[in-house]
Design a binder for this molecule. Structure first.
Ligand code: NAD
Ligand code: LMR
Length: 327
């Protein structure tokens, strides 16, 4: 959080975390409680939020913290929110794909997004719940149906892929991860995660074999954590950091900084035929204000983009179809 600068007289946004008592929700809420960019933190879950909110409220920062428990309190929790972050839902166990979470998490995300349309229809919404490739299209359909859809303000959080790529490249290059920039584009599952290693800075010179191995490590890093946690969940601490970093970018933009560059999985025309895609964009007060071109891709990356196409499109369609069937 040391990169955050206090923004004097701007608004003090209200931020909601839905799923705040979970493995991601708790450390994320802690990091947000430390943020000078937030006025009020609204912590919602179906279990344990009073305790989490009480605990955090004793930390001596200026962020007001309130806990809300259960569906009856959801809309109160969301009233007046500028940013809603959603890590609610079940995580993977070894042997599962993110898509295996669809049946449970699709309904959870749908219910939460319906409440957003009623309580804070203009809020920015950042979805962490997997499978992100499908839950974001579900949210878009729910918002469209309510007439509140603003494609510039709906995001799937893919920051964890970016920080993993930064970390692994820093290890290889022997530099501080803060000095690394690497685009990660596509979606957030397996081959749909495409690190653009040819554009990494500092430049990395690796054989094709090692480039393929590094790409695969970044794509499978979530599974690496799921296996290491051996049935107790998936990435929570690194994800909390990633979500706090993404939230910081949103809050800077909400407060009027028009030069914030981020990555996220959004409604996009950057790759024809893929209506949702993660790439770099510039944020401003209105959300995504400009897409940054993908730039030149190596032959390996062009192939990676083609390989992901079918899976990403089918995950998008699965989300849209699910939302349609709920009409
Ligand atoms: P967890 O089980 O520890 O926590 C989930 C929380 O959601 C629980 O506290 C639970 O009570 C709550 N919840 C369930 N239904 C809810 C509802 N209807 N309303 C509000 N809260 C509800 O899981 P976790 O480890 O925190 O992971 C949460 C989700 O995030 C999973 O789907 C996981 O796959 C995903 N995830 C995504 C990324 C990413 O990069 N986007 C990274 C890690 C995990
Ligand atoms: C991750 O990338 O760590 C998350 O999507 C969680 C998972 O299931 O891998």
């Amino acid at each position: 959080m040391d990169r955050i600068q206090k923004i004097g007289s701007h608004l003090s946004p209200k931020v909601a975390v839905l799923g705040a008592a979970g493995g991601i929700g708790q450390p994320l809420s802690l990091l947000l409680k430390l943020s000078p960019l937030i006025g009020e933190l609204s912590l919602y879950d179906v279990a344990n939020t009073p305790g989490v909110a009480c605990d955090l409220s004793h930390i001596s920062t200026g962020v007001r913290v309130k806990g809300y428990l259960g569906p009856q309190q959801l809309e109160v929790a969301l009233q007046g929110c500028h940013l809603v972050i959603i890590p609610a839902g079940v995580p993977r166990k070894p042997g599962m794909t993110r898509d295996d979470l669809f049946n449970i998490n699709a309904s959870i995300v749908k219910g939460l997004c319906e409440a957003v349309t009623r309580a804070c229809p203009h809020a920015w919404v950042a979805i962490i719940s997997n499978p992100v490739n499908s839950t974001v299209p579900i949210a878009a359909e729910i918002f469209k149906r309510a007439g509140t859809y603003d494609p510039a303000k709906l995001f799937g959080v893919t920051t964890l892929d970016v920080i993993r790529a930064e970390t692994f490249i820093a290890e290889i290059a022997g530099v501080d991860p803060c000095q690394v920039h690497v685009p990660v584009i596509g979606g957030h599952a397996g081959v749909t995660i495409l690190p653009v290693l040819s554009q990494a800075t500092p430049r990395i010179q690796l054989s094709e074999e090692r480039l393929k191995a590094l790409t695969a490590r970044i794509q499978d890093a979530g599974t690496e954590v799921v296996q290491a946690k051996a049935g107790t969940g998936s990435a929570t601490l690194s994800m909390a950091h990633a979500a706090a970093r993404f939230a910081e970018s949103c809050l800077r933009a909400i407060n009027g900084d028009a030069a914030v560059l981020e990555y996220g999985y959004v409604d996009s025309k950057i790759v024809p035929g893929l209506p949702f895609f993660s790439s770099r964009f510039r944020l401003g007060r209105n959300g995504v204000e400009e897409f940054i071109a993908l730039g030149p891709l190596s032959p390996l990356e062009v192939k990676g983009l083609e390989v992901m196409r079918e899976e990403l499109l089918s995950s998008i369609k699965k989300g849209v179809d699910f939302a349609g069937k709920q009409l």
